[in-house]
Write a protein that binds this ligand. Structure first.
Ligand code: SF4
Length: 378
């Protein structure tokens, strides 16, 4: 397909597609899906090889948010039966983070619900960052605390934070339909504040909220304007008890096309598959590794992910490798602006099962169906 050849050439030159080309990727048919994955996979491998960066979420404060983001199970008035708790103590958060790091993660993402942190909250998170960094030399820490006020990004940076996440989530045109308690401009402002303070900017989107292809392309190009180092791509988890509970409109194929489009627009940036991976990509998750170079290990903020062990096995089975401490995530030309300045970050990954490791644990003798009194497996 001429379109795909053009997009590969552009991706290898770090040149974005046109808006029309990005829309055309989203409009490809299921018959062309593997060609789309193969093309975007070439761009992914050119800049990131076969490495997969693992990130680990720690929800420092869950639920009870005064904001009304329609997609969020922690929003004002949410009836979702999620865990609700106030701030974890620094040592509690460090203990949770340690589990993720032992599982192979190299970045810990410290997230708290709420419109934005008070100065006291920033102090509390700073203590948590220090507690984690004291125990895990070289670990990357990203904070995600909502809208930042003046000076807060600088204080987080001083405390040792490497990155700050604040997603644009959706297009500017659609933002008012999704959230009324803050604006798209507020979000842009916080990403810019984090960047100006020397934090590695992480900003992404949520697909599946009823947006059009144009909205998706708008937000993905708007993210490019912010020059993020990482772009998380969430697929809406339509939680019961939230306004978007009925928005089940993603297919695994659609998710792959979205990830491919994001890769073409952000060829040399860390593209991370975030929430909704298991729910929407389902058995096609391994194909998505050809597009994204980063995933979350284990659970999400308020929902469970697949077992961390299953994530590691999927990576190995698909022919990829977990990015380790001695490997820098971003291509060399992006490193000065990223969190890797001065050397590699992260802790050594735990041993990853190789695809050829004998998996005797998967061989179970049949004890049901024919020849038994137990119901057959069907
Ligand atoms: S996304 Fe953040 S600000 Fe919005 S409701 Fe959820 S926790 Fe609150």
């Amino acid at each position: 397909m001429d379109l795909l050849n053009t997009l590969v050439d552009k991706g290898l030159r770090r040149e974005p597609p046109t808006r029309e080309e990005a829309l055309a990727v989203l409009a490809t048919s299921d018959d062309d899906l593997l060609d789309v994955v193969a093309a975007a996979g070439k761009v992914r491998r050119h800049w990131f090889g076969r490495r997969v960066k693992l990130n680990y979420l720690v929800n420092l404060k869950s639920g009870l948010c005064p904001e009304d983001c329609s997609y969020c199970s922690q929003r004002l008035g949410s009836k979702a039966g999620i865990l609700k708790y106030t701030w974890l103590k620094p040592e509690e958060a460090a203990e949770v983070a340690a589990a993720g790091l032992a599982g192979g993660a190299k970045r810990v993402c410290l997230v708290a619900s709420g419109r934005g942190p008070t100065d006291r909250d920033v102090e509390r998170v700073s203590k948590t960052i220090r507690a984690i960094k004291e125990q895990h030399e070289g670990v990357e820490v990203c904070a995600c605390l909502g809208l930042l006020s003046e000076g807060q990004a600088e204080r987080l940076r001083e405390a040792g934070a490497d990155a700050y996440n604040h997603n644009l989530n959706t297009s500017e045109g659609m933002y008012g339909d999704i959230t009324t308690t803050h604006t798209y401009a507020d979000r842009v402002d916080t990403v810019n504040k984090a960047h100006a303070a020397g934090l590695s900017p992480c900003s992404g989107l949520i697909a599946g909220m009823g947006e059009s292809d144009e909205d998706l392309v708008d937000v993905v190009f708007a993210l490019r304007e912010l020059n993020p180092d990482s772009v998380p791509v969430n697929f809406l988890i339509p939680f019961e008890g939230t306004p978007l509970a009925q928005e089940w409109n993603l297919t695994p194929q659609r998710c792959l096309r979205i990830l491919a489009m994001v890769r073409f627009v952000h060829p040399d940036v860390e593209v991370r598959i975030a929430g909704g991976r298991e729910v929407h990509l389902r058995t096609l998750q391994p194909l998505a590794l050809h597009l994204a170079n980063s995933i979350f290990l284990g659970d999400y903020l308020t929902s469970e992910g697949q077992a961390g062990r299953a994530d590691l096995e999927m990576i190995a089975d698909a022919g990829f490798e977990v990015e380790g401490a001695d490997q820098v995530t971003l291509p060399e030309h992006r490193v000065p602006g990223g969190c890797h300045e001065g050397g590699a970050c992260g802790t050594p990954a735990s041993p990853v099962p190789s695809a050829s490791t004998p998996r005797t644990d998967l061989v179970a003798v049949r004890r049901r169906g024919a020849g038994t009194d137990v119901a057959p497996n069907a």
